[in-house]
Write a protein that binds this ligand. Structure first.
Ligand SMILES: [Zn+2]
Length: 60
């Protein structure tokens, strides 16, 4: 699983997104950003930032 913490992107927010693929993480992030942070679009710069803070989560 891949994991993205909204906080790592720079928001004061505890939302954590998990998905099997980076594409799915981006989809969830876009939806979350739109719903919670009033961002209707994610900029190229933000995409780059997100890409650097996505982690692989070890399965227990
Ligand atoms: Zn957030």
């Amino acid at each position: 699983m891949k994991i993205l913490r909204c906080r790592d992107v720079g928001f004061d927010c505890d939302k954590v997104m998990r998905a099997e693929t980076e594409e799915e993480i981006f989809r969830q992030a876009a939806e979350h950003a739109n719903a919670v942070h009033d961002l209707s679009q994610i900029s190229e710069q933000a995409m780059e930032k997100i890409r650097t803070v996505i982690h692989d989560e070890e399965r227990p």
